[in-house]
Ligand binder design. Structure first.
Ligand SMILES: *Cc1c(COP(=O)(O)O)cnc(C)c1O
Length: 383
């Protein structure tokens, strides 16, 4: 049996109760005059749903999410996107100037941002670029985590922007190895697009494992800001005490509840299937283009593309009215763009614009440049 993850909580927060909001008091009444709310609704609030403070964890949303992710409600915290989950984990588990956050660059930037804001040291273990794409170096991650005061290990699976999966058994082995030392947080923002199951069900047996899920990507609700932390119930309780008093706005909760009913869920499944089909079409099409050096296989809703001339490709896309993510500032990705899979006609426009970049009259010149740039790249860039 794995250890009680509360041992890892910041010591100074062990007895912390958080804010005692009016909604938390389990009182019965008909006349509610305990929260300084308005006596009548605003005319903009047609059904009066927003006059009163919301349930801190809206009950029907929480149960719908628990059903969706097939976990007990006690293992689930609803927040403002998985971004809030990341931030809460860092604040609750890392004492400033002491407890470290481990990340695996190139990776989603919010882990490092939250660490920085908390004053938590950052430990970085680079992803390894190989034949099959990027991979985590779990041996080095374990060694680095154990050699430092690492409290949180963030792994992104599928990875953003590298789109690789982390093997489930290897991940569970890492969590077992770091039991009593660190939480292993698996960010599954893109898992719906992958050929792999979520690790949410493994949280019960491996108590230092944490899974992040979101409605922002597959469910097409980025602006609703609904995300979840799935973790041992003592971790959920601790995070809840660190969270804002009323984190989930009622209009967002209401929208999400409808999105989790069967018609919208069926639509989401179809949307995901469409994106996956388009992703594979784009992978084939982009791989054939002259200016494209490498397209990584993807388990997400985007493709990571290395270009002979990434700057030229980025600007050619911009001139065609298409905005993609320039990854050139990220370690190991000095020639890469991340392209989200759009609607079929949008994807066609991407292919056409990149095809024009690779047009014969300057293809030779750019290729030559790229080759010399590649060979002069500093060897230590990936370390
Ligand atoms: C998009 C993204 C998120 C953000 O999710 P929200 O729920 O919108 O906050 C989290 N993690 C990764 C890896 C992402 O790419």
């Amino acid at each position: 049996m794995s250890r009680d993850p509360l041992e890892l909580l910041r010591e100074d927060l062990r007895g912390f109760a958080g804010y005692g909001s009016a909604r938390k008091e389990a009182l019965a009444g008909e006349v509610w005059l305990n929260a300084n709310e308005a006596p009548t609704a605003n005319m903009a609030d047609r059904d009066g749903a927003c006059r009163r403070y919301p349930d801190p964890q809206p009950a029907s949303l929480r149960s719908a999410l628990a059903r969706l992710y097939q976990v007990p409600e006690a293992q689930l915290l609803v927040g403002r996107g998985s971004d809030e989950g990341i931030d809460l984990l860092v604040r609750a588990f890392c004492a400033p100037g002491r407890d470290a956050v481990l990340t695996t660059p190139p990776v989603f930037g919010m882990y490092a941002v939250s660490a920085r804001l908390q004053g938590a040291p950052l430990v970085e273990v680079a992803l390894v670029d190989g034949e099959d794409g990027f991979a985590v170096d779990l041996e080095r991650i374990a060694a680095q985590a154990l050699a430092t005061r690492t409290k949180l290990v963030f792994l992104c699976s599928p990875g953003n922007p590298t789109s690789n999966l982390v093997d489930r058994d290897a991940l569970l082995a890492l969590a077992a190895r770091l039991d009593g030392r660190a939480l292993v947080v698996v960010d599954e923002a893109y898992i719906e697009f992958a050929d792999a199951a979520s690790l949410a069900a493994d949280v019960s047996a491996q108590r230092n494992l944490v899974v992040l899920r979101t409605l922002s990507k597959a469910h097409a609700l980025a602006a609703a800001r609904i995300g979840c932390v799935i973790a041992d119930e003592v971790v959920i309780e601790a995070l809840r005490r660190c969270q804002a008093p009323y984190p989930v706005p009622t209009p967002c909760a209401d929208l999400a509840i409808v999105a989790l009913q069967s018609p919208a869920l069926a639509q989401t499944r179809a949307r995901v299937a469409d994106v996956v089909r388009e992703r594979e079409r784009m992978l084939q099409a982009l791989t054939r283009l002259a200016g494209v050096r490498r397209v990584y296989p993807s388990q997400g809703n985007f493709l990571l593309v290395r270009c002979a001339d990434a700057e030229g490709a980025f600007h050619a896309l911009l001139s065609a009215g298409i905005v993609v993510r320039d990854q050139r500032a990220a370690p190991q990705l000095g020639d890469a763009l991340r392209i989200t899979i759009g609607a079929p006609e949008e994807n066609d426009r991407v292919i056409a614009a990149l095809d024009a970049v690779g047009a014969p009259h300057w293809r030779g010149r750019r290729r030559g440049e790229a080759r010399s740039r590649q060979s002069s790249a500093p060897a230590g860039e990936t370390a």
